[in-house]
Design a protein around this ligand. Structure first.
Ligand code: ADP
Ligand code: MG
Length: 335
């Protein structure tokens, strides 16, 4: 009896494995760019998940601020270096968004971030004079990158770069590119909260349902957004933070003050076609606050967003009014 059952089970497994059109699911998880990453893809996956992992590790080796051998590590050490065209492109993109957000995104905020201890976990509150001195070195417009085949990048003495605000979004774009090139039409790429989706969810035949974390109760979702072929990237003050004298300090710095941004937001989620854009904008909007983010959305468009304010209000853009479900008791306003 037992033997028959085992045989029957084996036969079913064999049949499933041999059926050419079975919706095969494959998964890979690994640690890279200082975070846990997981990619799930459906269909004839082949080696494409390993290729994604290799690609993300390649990008980490190229962009990591903590690696002395990366393009960014070498630039920060010497103030001038040749970089790969890809690094130069990301720097220029960050400068463009820096300009469009009036400096809310500033990839030269690194010396300030270090002083607060956000890079090591050795947290401290810097004094005003130290911060003011460091702020003299925070200015993304000072980065010069030429257009040659092997671009030379220069920064003034003491200026240091960190692409942490947008590197994961860029990596999610590259992973999606690899999967698409391999014929994958359904996948979920989660790079430590920077999410990119390809197609929809094959098991339900509908869009992906992505949970947005409740900043006030971290093991719950504040809501769910349905997406297909879109990135969903969240920046939250709960991500990397410490508490001193009853006050919480987090890792998104307002380049105007050198202190953790206090714009009245606890989380910002940006939804759009490009991972690097969503990642860059989520960090910038966190610094800018709801009003300026809404103004940016009205003027530029091309994305949607979910903002959660410190007062416990959810603000969403009209484009996702039908696809966002509020799971919390917090009031929701459509901008
Ligand atoms: P996470 O990396 O937690 O997903 P973000 O995408 O919002 O979150 O990026 C925050 C990171 O960006 C910080 O850890 C720091 O390296 C860098 N950073 C902090 N403030 C700024 C800023 N105003 N402009 C550019 N980069 C920033
Ligand atoms: Mg970001």
């Amino acid at each position: 009896m037992k033997k028959t059952r085992i045989f029957a089970l084996a036969a079913v497994l064999l049949l499933t494995a041999c059926t050419p059109d079975a919706p095969y699911q494959a998964n890979i998880s690994f640690f890279s760019m200082d975070t846990y990453m997981e990619i799930t893809a459906y269909g004839h996956v082949g080696t494409s998940l390993d290729d994604c992992k290799d690609e993300i590790n390649r990008l980490e080796a190229l962009l990591s601020v903590t690696s002395p051998d990366s393009d960014i590590g070498r630039l920060n050490a010497s103030g001038m270096t040749d970089v790969s065209p890809e690094t130069a492109e990301i720097i220029k993109y960050a400068q463009r968004i820096g300009g469009e957000t009036n400096g809310a995104l500033d990839i030269t905020v690194y010396p300030v971030l270090k002083e607060w201890g956000f890079t090591t976990g050795d947290y401290k509150i810097p004094d005003g004079d130290t911060l003011n001195a460091l702020l003299q070195k925070v200015d993304f417009t000072q980065i010069k990158a030429d257009d040659s085949a092997i671009p030379a990048v220069t920064v003034p003495d003491g200026v240091q770069l960190d692409l942490g605000a947008l590197a994961k979004g860029y990596a999610s774009d590259k992973a999606a590119e690899i999967l698409r090139e391999n014929g994958i039409t359904s996948a979920l790429i989660n790079l430590g909260g920077s999410i990119m989706t390809i197609g929809g969810n094959p098991s339900s035949g509908s869009p992906w349902r992505i949970g947005i974390r409740n900043p006030f109760s971290l093991d719950e979702n504040i809501g769910v957004i349905e997406v297909a072929d879109k990135a969903v990237v969240t920046s939250g003050s709960y991500e990397r933070c410490f508490t001193a004298d009853g006050k919480t300090y987090h890792h998104i710095i307002d380049p105007a003050t050198g202190c953790p941004a206090e714009s009245g937001l606890v989380s910002v989620t940006v939804i759009g076609g490009s991972g690097i854009m969503c990642d860059a904008l989520s960090t910038a909007f966190f610094v800018m606050g709801a009003e300026k983010a809404a103004e940016f959305h009205r003027e530029k468009g091309g994305f949607d967003m979910i903002l959660v304010t410190v007062e416990g209000e959810i603000l969403i853009t009209e484009g996702i009014a039908d696809t966002f479900t509020n799971l919390s008791k917090l009031p929701l306003t459509v901008l």
